[in-house]
Design a binder for this molecule. Structure first.
Ligand code: ZN
Length: 311
């Protein structure tokens, strides 16, 4: 990460769009991605290689990747639910693949229809496909520990289970694991605890990022905790797109605009221009009429005399 301190990874085009009913037209997705990249965003999760009948919102992921790859300096990330999805992702030329592994086996069975052992087998199959590629064409492969902070079906997941699964993902050949608060259950103490626990198993260099939601209003507090323990990549979505049907007023992912403001105000360089970032919301408003957008900075503006770290 040259000349930035924290990598803000925009996940709105994947996590945000998959959580709403409206389908964003391909041209609007392209405009959104291009505008955020122009605002200085370095990594964008642009879609997911899932069957179109499951997530019609993301059916055009291959085309979105093809477009995003033409933007210089942009790291193009995608989610893959299994080896079949990864095959399509590799064909598309995405730079980063993330395979979610729900640490709650009940959640894993319900969402991916796979046991933990089966997901680990998928990870191994994906690694084998990646290793067939020439070294300079291999994407970064992350195993994401989803429902890490608790599951809506099982509640808290035992530490030992999370630690064991993190170890198994790395043994399977993942370059890195990530912590994902799929359910919005995290709190700052839990963020520190789980980061230390997993790093104790896989090493500091193999856990650098966290995926947070703001379901219970403590999303940015959780970011501070993540910074305290040395994490350097934070997922967020523009306008907190997606929301939470069970928590009116709560954004989906943490809001990119507010996250960038907090980091820059703290002297941490993100490389992102806040005014340009906020202007990207116009694309969402026009392409997704009726969908709620969240965030405080877009309404309140930055403080008078504000000096962003990246300026
Ligand atoms: Zn999420």
């Amino acid at each position: 990460m040259s000349n930035i301190d924290i990598l803000v990874s925009e996940v709105g085009p994947r996590d945000g769009l998959q959580s709403i009913k409206s389908i964003m037209p391909l041209e609007a997705k392209k405009a959104w991605i291009a505008a955020e990249a122009a605002a200085g965003v370095r990594e964008i999760e642009v879609g997911s290689f899932v069957p179109a009948k499951i997530l019609p919102q993301l059916a055009d992921t291959a085309e979105v990747v093809a477009f995003a790859r033409t933007i210089p300096g942009l790291q193009v990330a995608v989610l893959v639910p299994n080896a079949k999805g990864a095959e399509a992702a590799l064909k598309s030329g995405a730079h980063k693949l993330t395979l979610p592994l729900s640490v709650s086996e009940t959640h894993s069975l319900k969402n991916l229809r796979r046991t933990h052992d089966q997901v680990i087998e998928e990870a191994k199959a994906i690694v084998a496909m990646i290793r067939e590629l020439p070294e300079d064409q291999r994407p970064h492969f992350e195993g994401s520990l989803s429902t890490a902070f608790g599951c809506t079906l099982e509640g808290p997941i035992p530490d030992a289970q999370i630690a064991r699964l993190a170890g198994r993902l790395i043994e399977a050949g993942c370059d890195e694991v990530g912590l994902s608060d799929t359910t919005g259950y995290a709190d700052p103490r839990a963020v520190k605890h789980l980061t230390r626990l997993v790093r104790g198993v896989v090493g500091d260099d193999k856990l650098t990022g966290i995926h947070l939601h703001n379901t219970r209003g403590v999303g940015l507090a959780n970011v501070l905790a993540a910074l305290d323990v040395g994490l350097t990549t934070v997922d967020s979505s523009l306008g907190g797109l997606g929301g939470c049907p069970f928590a009116p007023g709560a954004s989906g992912n943490i809001v990119t605009e507010d996250l960038v403001f907090m980091l820059e105000a703290m002297g941490l360089k993100t490389g992102i221009d806040i005014e340009k970032l906020v202007a990207c919301r116009t694309i969402l408003k026009e392409a997704l009429p009726g969908e709620e957008l969240y965030g405080f900075i877009p309404d309140a503006g930055v403080p008078l005399g504000f000096k962003p770290a990246s300026a």
